[in-house]
Design a protein around this ligand. Structure first.
Ligand SMILES: [Zn+2]
Length: 89
């Protein structure tokens, strides 16, 4: 059984570059795995800046599960995580 190799480059869903994935995704489980597998560190750090603006603009509250859902939706949109799911080539 292989260790999950966190240092192998991934193909980023957003910028299309092959680069290292997100090191410590702030999500457990599937969502974190997906970030690690499909988002490069550059795009992630860009999202972190955008995230602040989204939170301020929408006045999201981390105590509110719905706010977190909204934020996750913006994140997926920004990182283009939903894009390739149904695009068969
Ligand atoms: Zn990227």
């Amino acid at each position: 059984m292989n260790d999950t190799n966190e240092l192998s480059p991934i193909l980023c869903a957003r910028c299309g570059e092959t680069a290292l994935g997100v090191e410590n995704p702030p999500f457990p489980g599937e969502q974190g795995d997906e970030l690690r597998a499909r988002t490069c560190r550059n795009c992630w750090s860009e999202w972190l800046k955008v995230e602040v603006m989204v939170i301020n603009e929408l006045q999201l509250n981390f105590m509110d599960p719905r706010s977190l859902e909204i934020l996750a939706g913006h994140m997926r949109e920004f990182l283009l995580l939903d894009n390739s799911a149904e695009s068969g080539e």
